[in-house]
Write a protein of this length. Structure first.
Length: 255
């Protein structure tokens, strides 16, 4: 029924707890990232998860605002990585691979990963992932925001989705929201913990899932260039083939 949320984040949290996850639920938070950071600094175990029904100050990469009304999935997972610090950046892609796999398993066959942190469906943004690292505290927090029952209003699309139109799960498939969200978070958490135990990044699977938007414009290390994304390397860097046949590996920046 329009205007009534079918997703119950508290129930999702219960499902996760029944599966042995240290999951914490709050109806409304400033940001699940901030809650998870506080939990990490307070001694919570690696793999702890914070889930909320809505956020009033959700954020994406580069400080972009992420609108977070009720009816979406907003969660963050905290790790205490044993990995070498230079491998921490690849955790975003481990999470992204798990998210796209869960969305495809739910029936969205055209789900794709837009490097480094977005899940697209039909070229529209369904989900964003944010990883923040705090070496001084020895923690990394990986957050996720997914449109489940609705998408942001048109006036918010560009600031939230970097120019991409938005998608929402209900507009793509008919699934039990709570079961789907719990499955996705189980997959994402397991992928992150396996990565921390040393499982290498599945570059072949990511390359197959990578969104092909044609020629891309990239900004990295102060320089701008155009090319075509062909895959990722074991460190999670995007491999870009330039028109002259040379290759650049992009570790940070805008694509």
């Amino acid at each position: 029924m329009k205007g009534v949320c079918r997703m119950d984040a508290a129930k999702v949290c219960e499902i996760l707890r029944s599966g042995g996850v240290d999951a914490r639920f709050a109806a409304v938070v400033e940001s699940t990232q901030d809650e998870c950071i506080r939990a990490g600094r307070g001694g919570a175990p690696s793999g702890s998860l914070v889930l909320a029904s809505s956020q009033v100050a959700g954020r994406g990469r580069m400080g972009r605002r992420w609108l977070s009304p009720a009816g979406g999935l907003y969660a963050s997972i905290m790790l205490r990585p044993a990995l070498r610090q230079e491998l921490w950046s690849a955790l975003t892609l481990h999470a992204g691979l798990a998210v796209v796999s869960a969305v495809r398993a739910a029936g969205v066959a055209d789900a794709r990963l837009k490097w480094p942190n977005d899940c697209l469906a039909g070229g529209r943004k369904l989900c964003g992932i944010l990883a923040e690292s705090f070496p001084g505290d020895g923690i990394v927090v990986i957050g996720l925001g997914m449109n489940i029952e609705s998408a942001p209003d048109v006036g918010s699309v560009e600031c939230l989705h970097h120019g991409l139109p938005s998608a929402f799960l209900d507009g793509l498939v008919d699934v039990d929201h709570d079961v789907f969200c719990a499955d996705l978070l189980f997959r994402m958490r397991s992928a992150l913990l396996r990565a921390d135990f040393g499982l290498p990044l599945d570059t072949r699977a990511i390359s197959e899932m990578l969104w092909d938007g044609g020629t891309i414009n990239a900004c990295c290390d102060g320089s701008e260039f155009s090319g075509r994304a062909t895959g990722v390397d074991p460190l999670g860097r995007l491999i870009v083939l330039l028109p002259d046949g040379s290759v650049r590996h992009v570790s940070t920046g805008e694509v």
